[in-house]
Design a protein around this ligand. Structure first.
Ligand code: NI
Length: 174
């Protein structure tokens, strides 16, 4: 397993629409292992493949936050079948939008169909933080980031901050 570099906004790669996986092979499983390792190393609770530059419809989650008792979840080709009309709000962050947080409203429950690590078809009814995380990660597969739900002004302030961070210029005093 390898810890990969997480791509951060602004970067066009994050805006790509990820492609469905035809078949889960060792390659996809290795990718999922790397994604999980990368996510744990960055102290995240979710990661989409595109965040490490791979445009495949794969996400990993572990909302347990318990380092001794890991509960990883793998979703390949996830599709949301149903969303609740009731909304809930969480303060969201994203490993691709470092150190920025905002309150985002999303459906409080959702039902998702997907393939697991071994390619088995699964169905999951999620609510609470899990429902929010699944929707956040699925957005990544469509090239959407949580900051896209903010006002133009708020979004541009965040992107400006991140652009400065990306442009690390060495200062020399001579
Ligand atoms: Ni994210």
């Amino acid at each position: 397993m390898t810890v990969k570099t997480i791509i951060t906004e602004p970067n066009k790669i994050l805006r790509q629409i990820s492609k469905p996986v035809d078949k889960i092979t060792k390659e996809e499983q290795n990718l999922m292992d790397d994604m999980l390792e990368t996510m744990y190393a960055a102290n995240g609770i979710g990661l989409a493949a595109i965040q490490i530059g791979i445009p495949k419809r794969i996400i990993v989650l572990d909302i347990g936050r318990d380092k001794d008792n890991k509960e990883p979840m793998y979703f390949v080709n996830p599709v949301i079948k149903e969303k609740n009309l009731t909304k809930s709000t969480y303060e969201e962050g994203c490993l691709s939008v470092p150190d920025q947080f905002a309150e985002i409203e999303r459906p409080s429950k959702c039902e998702v169909e997907y393939l697991d690590y071994y390619g088995e078809k699964k169905n999951l009814k999620a609510e609470g933080i899990l429902a929010t995380c699944i929707q956040h990660e699925l957005d990544h597969l469509e090239g959407i980031l949580f900051i896209d739900y903010l006002s133009k002004l708020k979004k541009s302030i965040i992107i400006k901050k991140l652009s400065k961070k990306n442009k690390k210029i060495d200062r020399i005093v001579v």
